[in-house]
Design a protein around this ligand. Structure first.
Ligand SMILES: [Ca+2]
Ligand SMILES: [Ca+2]
Ligand SMILES: [Ca+2]
Ligand SMILES: [Ca+2]
Length: 462
């Protein structure tokens, strides 16, 4: 670490572009005071004592090489008031516990922007720009030490062009304001357990080809995505929960969109077994363009879709006793073409508050469920429901058998019979008996849906 010990009176240094005024004042070097850097400085700066505040003045530029951070705080705590620019070939800032950063300027680094990995309890406020090749904000643990209690408030831009934008540990809080951006090439925001995330701006993962990544990757926590907030992954899940047994909540009034919308790790070796509660408010969008909007795995998960909330893709609630509440009328096919609302294993309960039993206009059986056609006067709607054990229609609860009994009697196509049909060669057999008329028509429809269901299951089984 090279150290700057300019005197408090600025001195001139010869740079390739001519003589520029450059200095970090000595006043405050011993702690408790403020070091002020101004001009253009081609060197790094180390604060060697606790309680030093370093202020990079507006218009000042610190250019640092690969070996040392542009600004390093050797002792805790330290404060950096960034109004100018840091340009680092390695990390821009390294600091310890209880670090405070207020960045109103520009931080660029080939390495990390802010590297406080292994440390705790930082307060980071960014209203400017942090743009890096490494992690823009690296506040993770190191071998399970540190990484906790950080608070990151962003009203500016935090961008990594080759890595995660923000990587943290457990118990971190991140607020991304309206108009603000957290963008990663890898995950945009990767946090551990008990994260608290509030987004009104854009959190987006744009890479990486061949190794897709998520907008938010976490173990557990609370995510509030306000109206106008966007959580977007170009190549993978918008929100991905890794292994955890701690319950999580997502409250969405904005947009959550990815190849998959919200998903949990389901691999047996590292499965997320926790409760996910998802509330989609009026105007909220949860969309998975690969076909699955929500995949919530084990745990007694909850989904409430308020009237005016939009879900595009299948909803797969996974193991354990799950509950889905769909408020308001359905426009067309719930979830879109081919979407299935699947309770999975366990005694699952679905609520369709805007439809009564006598507003079911048709029931078409499919494997482990049926497609309900509905009309409550707002227009024809349908929803494919699989693996649900009880149904609340306008306040009255019905069993799957009671609803399946509404299916046309000419086609008592039980799951067993359907499997039999499939076993005999499926469509070919049915087509060969088209003279059976109504039976064949209904069976073909049911078979098509069952086949869809199988495709959906295989598509989402990973
Ligand atoms: Ca779950
Ligand atoms: Ca579940
Ligand atoms: Ca279930
Ligand atoms: Ca079930």
């Amino acid at each position: 670490m090279r150290r700057l010990f300019f005197c408090s009176v600025a001195i001139g240094v010869q740079l390739s572009g001519g003589t520029l005024w450059a200095a970090c004042s000595q006043n405050g070097q011993l702690g408790g005071g403020t070091v002020i850097c101004s001009g253009t400085i081609s060197d790094s700066y180390m604060a060697e004592h606790a309680n030093i505040t370093v202020r990079i003045e507006r218009g000042a530029v610190l250019k640092a090489g690969r070996d040392d951070a542009a600004i390093e705080f050797e002792d805790d705590p330290g404060t950096l008031e960034m109004k100018g620019a840091l340009q680092a070939e390695g990390d821009a800032i390294r600091a310890g516990d209880d670090f405070t950063l207020v960045n109103e300027g520009s931080i660029s680094a080939v390495g990390d922007g802010v590297n406080i990995s292994g440390r705790d309890d930082a307060s980071l406020t960014n209203t400017g720009v942090i743009r890096t090749g490494g992690r823009a904000v690296h506040m993770d643990d190191v071998e399970d030490a540190g990484g906790t209690g950080h608070v990151l408030m962003n009203t500016g831009h935090i961008i990594s062009i080759r890595n995660e934008a923000v990587e943290g540990g457990n118990g971190n809080r991140v607020v991304n304001a309206a108009g603000a951006l957290i963008q990663g090439y890898d995950d945009a925001l990767q946090l551990g357990e008990s994260a608290v995330i509030e987004n009104h701006g854009v959190i987006r993962s744009v890479g990486m080809p061949g190794e897709p990544q998520d907008a938010i990757d976490l173990d557990s926590g609370r995510i509030v995505n306000g109206a106008g907030g966007q959580i977007i992954s170009d190549l993978d899940a918008a929100i991905d929960f890794d292994a955890s047994s701690i319950a999580s909540l997502i409250d969405n009034a904005g947009e959550i969109r990815g190849v998959t919308g919200i998903m949990v790790e389901t691999h047996a070796s590292a499965a997320n077994i926790a409760v996910q509660e998802v509330i989609n408010q009026a105007g909220g969008v949860i969309a998975g363009r690969g076909g699955v909007a929500l995949l919530l795995g084990a745990g007694e998960d909850r989904l409430v879709n308020h009237a005016g909330g939009i879900i595009t893709g299948s909803v797969l609630m996974g193991g354990d006793a799950d509950r889905v509440v769909l408020e308001g009328s359905i426009a067309g096919t719930f979830g879109g073409k081919r979407a299935v609302i699947d309770g999975g294993a366990g005694a699952d309960h679905v609520v369709l508050s805007a439809y009564s039993f006598d507003q079911i206009t048709d029931v078409a059986l499919m494997r482990d469920g049926f497609v309900l056609s509905l009309d409550n006067g707002t227009g024809a709607a349908d929803i494919a429901l699989r693996n649900w054990e009880s149904f609340d229609l306008a306040g009255t609860v019905y069993s799957a058998q009671e609803i399946a009994a509404l299916a046309p009697q000419r086609a008592p196509l039980t799951a067993g019979l359907l499997l039999l049909v499939l076993g005999f060669g499926g469509m070919g057999l049915i087509r060969g008996r088209r003279h059976l008329g109504a039976v064949a028509t209904v069976a073909r429809g049911a078979l098509a849906r069952a086949t869809l269901g199988l495709q959906s299951a295989s598509r989402t089984g990973a």
